[in-house]
Design a protein. Structure first.
Length: 326
């Protein structure tokens, strides 16, 4: 059983964070073990060929073995809500040697180290393992998640917004008990049935991070007091779904209605263009018309402009679908 002790003081210091390396670690495990996340099969099929395993042999050796444990030093505890990739990779590269050694021993308690790991270790010790891991994680990121991160991040950020709003109304304790059906909160302990026993105490408090790849909760424990708790994000299905056909769309124009129906969660012009196989200019034209008609609103999100369907649009889509069934 996994047990995380969280006393009232630690609970008040709990927080949310977005971790690129936590999501990358989950993504690499899904690429290596697709059966763990069948909902992401389409992503696996389109992404697997982009990653040259020979160029990331150390990372591949650490995630491809059958053990449920991947060394935690690959996912450092986020120092802020959303640290940069460079900050995360620097934390990996400077992992203390004893931490690397301890995590490798836990990952391979009785089996010999994979050749790719042993070669790096023989060449430069644990420091070389940490530095090589950081370098190869960067390559993995560029090949698998760099292009899709803005879209994934929006889903993760929306999850945090929703849960933070609930925490403001109900308290953080209600959030812990509602992260996933397999997690149980009794007021002082967060527990989950697992095949191995692990007891942790979160100091100063657990850091919660949503994921679109996780099928169930996961914990990263880089140091004895670090507890980074990953959980499946709300709305992650929107990441993996294909745009759906709206019955009766000819009333408004099939293309425009298809875009309108695909704005949950909010999306950018470039993301819609990719999903619907249209040019950005075409998508922009239709979105501008939908905005003029009061069916779509736009808001700035960093360097992106996100479009959201209005209540009037949702009512209209419901009416269109209902009419098509009469």
């Amino acid at each position: 059983m996994l047990t995380v002790w969280v006393d009232p003081g630690q609970l008040t210091r709990s927080r949310f964070a977005l971790s690129r390396l936590a999501e990358l670690s989950c993504a690499l495990e899904v690429l290596t073990h697709p059966s763990r996340a069948p909902f992401a099969r389409r992503w696996v099929d389109t992404t697997r060929h982009r990653l040259d395993v020979d160029e990331v042999s150390l990372i591949h050796a650490l995630v491809e073995h059958d053990s449920a444990y991947v060394p935690d030093f690959l996912v450092p505890l986020p120092a802020t809500y959303e640290p940069t990739l460079d900050d995360d990779l620097a934390a990996v590269a400077t992992t203390p040697a004893d931490t690397v050694r301890r995590h490798l021993t836990r990952a391979f308690p009785s089996d010999p180290l994979p050749n790719a790991v042993a070669r790096v270790l023989d060449r430069g010790g644990e420091r070389a393992v940490a530095e090589t891991a950081a370098e190869q994680l960067h390559r993995c990121w560029q090949a698998t998640l760099a292009d899709s991160w803005p879209a994934l991040r929006r889903v993760l950020d929306e999850d945090v917004r929703h849960r933070a709003a609930r925490a403001a109304r109900l308290g953080f304790a209600e959030i812990l008990g509602d992260l996933h059906p397999t997690l149980h909160w009794d007021g002082t302990r967060l527990t989950r049935q697992t095949t191995h026993d692990l007891t942790l105490e979160a100091a100063p408090g657990p850091v919660l991070t949503p994921s679109v790849f996780l099928p169930w909760p996961a914990v990263w424990n880089g140091t004895p007091t670090d507890v980074l708790l990953g959980y499946p994000a709300r709305g992650r299905g929107a990441v993996w779904s294909s745009p759906s056909q709206v019955l009766g769309a000819s009333v408004l124009g099939a293309r425009r209605v298809a875009l309108l129906a695909d704005l949950d969660p909010p999306r950018s012009t470039s993301e819609l263009a990719t999903r619907h196989q249209l040019s950005p200019a075409t998508v922009s034209y239709h979105l501008n018309r939908l905005c003029s008609d009061g069916l779509v609103t736009r808001r700035q999100d960093g360097h992106n402009v996100l479009y959201t369907a209005t209540d009037a649009a949702r009512s209209l889509l419901a009416a269109v679908n209902q009419a098509s069934h009469l």
